[in-house]
Ligand binder design. Structure first.
Ligand SMILES: Cc1cc2nc3c(=O)[nH]c(=O)nc-3n(C[C@H](O)[C@H](O)[C@H](O)COP(=O)(O)OP(=O)(O)OC[C@H]3O[C@@H](n4cnc5c(N)ncnc54)[C@H](O)[C@@H]3O)c2cc1C
Length: 398
């Protein structure tokens, strides 16, 4: 099926998550027309299907879309459910049209345009495309020997939607990032027994160091000279729970693991409701053999082992990928970070220090890449604004 759309008339935005919505709002501000397509049957599918106890780990000050603050009743840290409800409201209020059930399968260059092939066989052509499909869509399944022999149920944190899945079972959660901790805490309320398996420890931080959320400290820090801001942020973000090691919750060695903000895990471990155990080495039919040689008998194992980038699954485009190591910059310094971090495509920085166009691919932009600094939900606004400004600079005026 061929294209009925005039390729010159609209920009295509792929994905209706925060990055796609921010891109639409930014293009509208620039007066550039767009279409917004989403593969699922509902808006921001990633957020629509998260487990109920999820709360944002970034505060209201830096998590909203530009021009749309969170309602005060959401408090300082909105829940995932509230955040999804918020996205739906913004889209309604702005009258954005989202085309649902339109999965993009392939984007490739053709005759100076972008050829976009959809799952239903429709092909359309565009002069400009914004890829806003989220970078961590593919759950990581670590290869632990013996998995196939395990007689219980093995799921990824991605498939955990409700505490009823945990009720009455002997649960082992593998992984100590925010999802692993949330799921272990939820299991402690309903499961027969719960353990959290940690290979490199767990990083527990205060949600309100010295009484204020970290983002409030950052707002104060940004009023200071840069070095003082860095020192302040280093000091407040270090404040954790010194007693955690006493309860078997080892501090991680080195950087890399995302910290969990809040005392919830420590509390349930103190009450004996969750047992911290070493990392898994092997599955056996009745459970998991741990690094200390013991066997944890489990009938449900939840792998909270993170996600891999899927950014470029459908981009059939020659891209150059960064070889740079991951950076952990101070939130005082970075809005958007370096040009690419390991595994991500290099972007064209010739016209703008944080340009969003894929290097060597005029008209192809990526929004929603950088997760450090002030946090992904904040950065998404900045990236969308830059992409829209860059497109508006060459888009024909009506
Ligand atoms: C559990 C969790 C908690 C997080 N909490 C925070 C937080 O508190 N603060 C923060 O700053 N960041 C947080 N993040 C990180 C980041 O803000 C989110 O991942 C955010 O959803 C990224 O927005 P996005 O629009 O880029 O991607 P997504 O929200 O994943 O949206 C992508 C959209 O694209 C659609 N799509 C995918 N492929 C296609 C295709 N081929 N064709 C058409 N549509 C497609 C998807 O269905 C989806 O609707 C969190 C991430 C996760 C996973």
């Amino acid at each position: 099926m061929g294209s009925m759309i005039d390729p010159r008339s609209e920009v295509l935005i792929i994905g209706s998550g925060p990055a796609g919505i921010a891109s639409a709002l930014a293009l509208r501000r620039q007066g550039v027309p767009f279409r917004l397509v989403e593969k699922a049957a509902r808006l921001a599918d990633t957020w629509a299907s998260l487990y109920p106890s999820l709360n944002l780990n970034t505060s209201r000050f830096y998590s909203h879309l530009e021009g749309h603050r969170f309602p005060w009743r959401y408090g300082l840290f909105a829940s995932g459910r509230q955040y999804h409800e918020y996205l739906v409201r913004v889209v309604e209020r702005e009258g954005l049209v989202v085309e649902f059930n339109r999965e993009v399968r392939r984007v490739s260059a053709e005759g100076g345009l972008w050829r976009v092939a959809f799952a239903d066989g429709v092909v359309e052509h565009y002069r400009a495309v914004i890829s806003a499909t989220g970078i961590y869509g593919r759950p990581v399944w670590p290869a632990i020997p013996g998995m196939e022999s395990f007689a219980g149920q093995l799921i990824h944190a991605h498939d955990y939607k409700h505490p009823e899945q945990l009720r009455g079972r002997r649960v082992l959660v593998v992984g100590t990032g925010p999802s692993g901790v949330d799921i272990a805490v939820a299991a402690s309320q309903v499961a027969a027994q719960t353990a959290i398996s940690m290979r490199s420890g767990v990083d527990l931080k205060r949600r309100y160091p010295l009484g204020l959320p970290i983002h409030a400290w950052l707002m104060l820090g940004l009023l200071l000279p840069r070095p003082a801001c860095r020192r302040l942020m280093r000091a407040v973000s270090r404040i954790g729970y010194p007693q955690q090691e006493r309860y078997g919750l080892r501090k991680p060695q080195g950087a890399g693991l995302t910290a969990y903000q809040g005392p919830e895990l420590l509390r349930v471990v103190q009450r004996g409701l969750v047992q911290p155990v070493p990392g898994p080495t092997r599955f056996v039919p009745g459970g998991v053999i741990l690094a200390d040689g013991s066997c944890y008998p489990a009938d449900l194992v939840v792998l909270a082992t993170g996600y891999e980038p899927v950014l470029h699954d459908y981009l059939d485009v020659p891209m150059q990928f960064s070889q740079d190591a991951w950076h952990s910059p101070s939130p005082c310094d970075w809005e958007l970070g370096p040009n690419g971090q390991r595994g991500f495509p290099l972007l064209d920085r010739a016209q703008h220090p944080n340009g969003r166009q894929v290097l060597g691919q005029p008209g192809l932009y990526i929004v929603g890449v950088y997760y450090k600094g002030k946090g992904a939900l904040y950065n998404i606004n900045v990236e969308a604004r830059i992409a829209a400004e860059q497109i508006a600079a060459w888009w024909p005026k009506p």
